[in-house]
Design a protein around this ligand. Structure first.
Ligand code: HEC
Length: 442
C-alpha cells in the first residue's frame, strides 16, 4: 500500500508538468482515462463533502477543480485516506452497510487519469447527491448558536471540540431507533457525536457526579464545555448512540432495533468544529438533531465499551512503550464478560476507538474450535473520523468466544511511556460493540 501511494504521487507529480496543454485541441489517445469515467466515482464518493459550503476545503464537483487536485486525489485514494471510511470495507473483514470503500479498479482509474494528464473527455455533468431523510416522528433538539474558536496546540491546531447538553422530553425510558443531524454551518461542523448522560450518575472517578464534573469544566462566558474525549474528561455516558460526519444523511438502526435512553438522561452532543478555512473564523453554528424515540422495540441494542488496557486488567500491559513507530497493545477478552452463556447474542455494529497516537486496530472473534471471525480491521486510524460502522446483518457469537484486540500506536515522538486514560495525553484501545440478544432476557 505504501509503495503504491508513493508511486501514485510520483506519477501524478510528473503529469502535473504537462497540465497546461490545451486539452480541447489535443487529440485524446483512445485508451486514455478521461473525466467521463472519473465523474461518476466522485459523484458517488466525494462530492457530498467536496462541494461549495460543505466541510472539505476544496471542490471536486466540476472538471476544473478536480483536475487541479488530480495528483493529490490519486495519492489520497491510493492510501485510502479518502474517502474517510476507516474500516476495511471490501467484505474481507466484516460486511458493512453503506461501505464507502473504493474498489481497487476505481483507485487505479483515478491514478491512471492523473497520470494520463487529467483529461476532460466529453464533459461530465454532476448531479449533486440528495441525502435521505428520516421517516417517522422525531423529537428535534439542538445545540445553542455558538461561535467556535481555535483552541490550538498539536491536537486542535484549527479546531474546537465542544459539548452541549440537550433535554430529552420524556417521562419514561425510551428507545432511540434513528436520527438525523442538520449542521447549521456545514463549513465548520466536522463531526457530531451524541451520548446519553444521566447527570446524577457518578463520573469515572466514582467521587463526583457527572453534573459536578461538567459544572467544573463549564465557562460562564461561553456555552457548553470542552470535550476532546466523549462527553468530557471523566463524564460517564451510555456510549456513542449518535455519530455523524458530512454527507451522511439520516441514520436508521436495523428494523425493530433501538438503544435504551434512560429516563432523566440528557443527550450530550460533542461537536467538532474545524476552522482551517480562514473565511469561516468568527462564523457561528447551531446544529439541529432529530431523534426518533419509540416506547418499545423488538430488539434492544446494547452499547458496550470494553477496554482492558484502560481497565488495567491483569496480563494486559500497563503502558505503551515510548519511542516506537509501531508499539502494540494486544489483549484477549472472554465474551462472557459481556453476556451470560445461556443467551444468543449478535454483534450488529462496531466503534473502533483510540486517541491521537493510534495508527491501526484489529478486532476478531476467536471461537472455541480455534477458528476466527474478523470483526473489523482499521489499517489507517484517523482520530478525526469517528463513527459507528453497522453490519449488513447480525454477526452471531457465543459467550465461550473471546475478542482478540490489537491496537498499534506511533510513540516515536514520546520519551515517557503512555498510560491509558480518558485524557488527550493518554491512550485507549477500545473496540466498542453494538450488541443484540435473541429472545427475551427474562
Ligand atoms: C466525509 C467527507 C469527505 C469525503 C466523502 C471525501 N473527502 Fe476528501 N477531504 C475531506 C476533508 C474534510 C478534507 C480536509 C482534510 C481532512 O480533514 O482530512 C479532505 C481532504 C482531501 C484531500 C487533500 C489531501 C489529503 O489527503 O488530506 C484530497 C486530495 C481529497 N480529500 C480527495 C478526496 C476524494 C478523491 C474523495 C472521493 C474519492 C474524497 N476526498 C472524499 C472530506 C471528505
Amino acid at each position: 500500500m505504501r509503495s503504491l501511494s508513493a508511486a501514485a504521487l510520483l506519477l501524478a507529480a510528473c503529469s502535473g508538468q504537462t497540465t497546461d496543454t490545451d486539452t480541447t485541441t489535443t487529440e485524446t489517445p483512445a485508451d486514455a482515462v478521461t473525466f467521463d469515467q472519473i465523474g461518476p466515482i466522485y459523484e458517488a464518493r466525494c462530492v457530498a463533502c467536496h462541494q461549495e459550503g460543505s466541510i472539505a476545503p476544496f471542490r471536486l464537483d466540476n472538471y476544473e477543480d478536480a483536475k487541479m487536485w488530480a495528483s493529490a486525489s490519486a495519492a489520497a485514494t491510493a492510501s485510502r485516506s479518502m474517502p474517510p471510511f476507516l474500516v476495511v470495507g471490501d467484505g474481507s473483514c466484516g460486511d458493512f452497510e453503506d461501505s464507502q470503500w473504493l474498489t481497487d479498479e476505481e483507485i487505479e482509474l483515478i491514478s491512471d487519469w492523473a497520470t494520463d494528464g487529467a483529461l476532460e473527455g466529453e464533459g461530465y455533468d454532476f448531479t449533486l447527491p440528495e441525502t435521505p431523510s428520516l421517516p417517522g416522528d422525531a423529537v428535534r433538539v439542538s445545540t445553542p448558536e455558538f461561535v467556535p474558536e481555535i483552541v490550538g496546540g498539536a491536537k486542535a491546531e484549527f479546531d474546537e471540540y465542544r459539548c452541549f447538553a440537550a433535554d430529552i422530553p420524556t417521562d419514561k425510558d425510551t428507545f432511540l431507533t434513528g436520527y438525523e443531524v442538520f449542521p447549521g454551518n456545514e463549513a465548520v461542523v466536522h463531526h457530531v457525536i451524541g451520548l446519553p448522560v444521566v447527570m446524577e450518575d457518578l463520573g469515572w472517578d466514582k467521587k463526583q457526579t457527572n453534573a459536578e464534573i461538567i459544572a467544573a469544566m463549564s465557562d460562564p462566558e461561553r456555552d457548553g464545555w470542552p470535550c476532546f474525549e466523549g462527553a468530557g474528561e471523566g463524564v460517564s455516558t451510555g456510549g456513542e448512540v449518535v455519530s455523524w460526519a458530512p454527507g451522511q444523511g439520516a441514520v436508521e438502526y436495523p428494523e425493530g432495533h433501538g438503544i435504551r435512553i434512560p429516563v432523566g438522561a440528557k443527550m450530550v452532543f460533542q461537536v467538532h468544529y474545524n476552522l482551517v478555512d480562514e473565511d469561516t473564523r468568527g462564523q457561528s453554528d447551531q446544529t439541529f438533531v432529530d431523534l426518533r424515540l419509540e416506547d418499545e422495540v423488538d430488539e434492544e441494542m446494547y452499547v458496550t465499551l470494553p477496554d482492558l488496557f484502560l481497565g488495567g486488567v491483569d496480563g494486559v500491559p500497563e503502558s505503551i512503550p515510548a519511542g516506537q513507530a509501531d508499539a502494540e497493545i494486544t489483549y484477549s477478552m472472554p465474551m462472557e464478560w459481556l453476556v451470560p452463556g445461556f443467551l444468543s447474542p449478535n454483534i450488529v455494529g462496531v466503534l473502533p476507538h483510540m486517541h491521537e497516537r493510534g495508527t491501526q486496530m484489529s478486532i476478531a472473534l476467536r471461537h472455541a474450535d480455534k477458528t476466527e471471525t474478523c470483526v473489523a480491521d482499521v489499517p489507517n486510524w484517523d482520530f478525526n473520523w469517528q463513527r459507528i460502522y453497522m453490519y449488513d446483518g447480525p454477526v452471531p457469537f457465543s459467550a465461550a468466544d473471546s475478542l482478540e484486540v490489537t491496537c498499534t500506536y506511533d510513540t516515536s515522538g514520546d520519551t515517557e511511556p503512555i498510560l491509558p486514560g480518558w485524557g488527550t495525553q493518554n491512550e485507549m484501545c477500545l473496540p466498542g460493540l453494538l450488541i443484540t440478544i435473541d429472545g427475551d432476557l427474562f
